[in-house]
Design a binder for this molecule. Sequence first.
Ligand code: NCD
Length: 324
Amino acid sequence: MSPLNQFDPQGRLRHLITLEGLTPDHILDLLDRAQRHVRPIHERPATGQSLAGLTVANIFTEPSTRTRASFELAARRLGADVLNLEIMLSSRAKGETVLDTIHTLQAMSTDIFVIRDAQPGVCRLVADHVAAHVSVLSAGEAHLSHPTQGLLDALTIRQRKGGFETLTLAIVGDVRHSRVARSAYQVFSALGVGELRIVAPAALMPELGEMPLARRFDSIEAGIAQADVVMMLRIQKERMVQAAIPDADDYFIRWGLTAKRLTLAKKDALVMHPGPMNREVEIASEVADGPQSVIRQQVTNGVAVRMALLETVIAHRTLRQGPV
Ligand code: NCD
């Protein structure tokens, strides 16, 4: 495969499959644009027509509630036609290859593919084969990458803390199997976070050499001490062999974020979680629902980030404008 190029010949973002290779300017542009779409939840959401006449196909072959709903709302709020496909249940089951499916949908004028797949490389494969005006956005690729989650995490932190340079950010839990952690690492190292920590039991640490700029901690108490942001991760049971799955009660005792442990972080530390949460496994309910939690704000910001991304990637497609 050729090296992944997420930009068009004019240097505009066309695909988003990984945050690797994005400059701070690219990231900050997306955050600024997303911020313009954020509204308090009791107000009507931001809407527009910038995607009117365009078609977005959401192809999710792994379970998802929030990411899928979020991409769908983002596209609809910008006026797009949206297709939701569970390929595994339809054409893949009939033996059609991924690329046949993509070409079929492209022949129906799909402009943007949003793909979540448990297999590494699917987004990349599709991006290598679509027409020049078409974009591919990852909604989560195996354990490797979840770029829109990284962006919404960054937006949430910027809203509450104003910037990144002075912050200590702790990513806690099943880092090894987490695409959320990998995208967080990429976005926060690009944005120059003061101190980036990964905090995990030995079995859930990524390989040595991965995430080289992060400090590693094998105790939650040391890892969250004086942190400005505590980002909790879900135990990814689906990516573990049965024998390696930690016992839930045991894990909570040693690794759960309780109200008592949270007092070790800064007084105004933010608590984050990408969802879905395992309450009383990685996080106590009183913390998840407590005053320091920004978990719901992350969800709200997710729609705004995806709107910003959809608008950004269609900017490259002046190619196909013209009489219909
Ligand atoms: C995450 C995912 O699926 O990668 N959820 C999400 O997209 N908000 C995290 C997880 O499943 O633990």
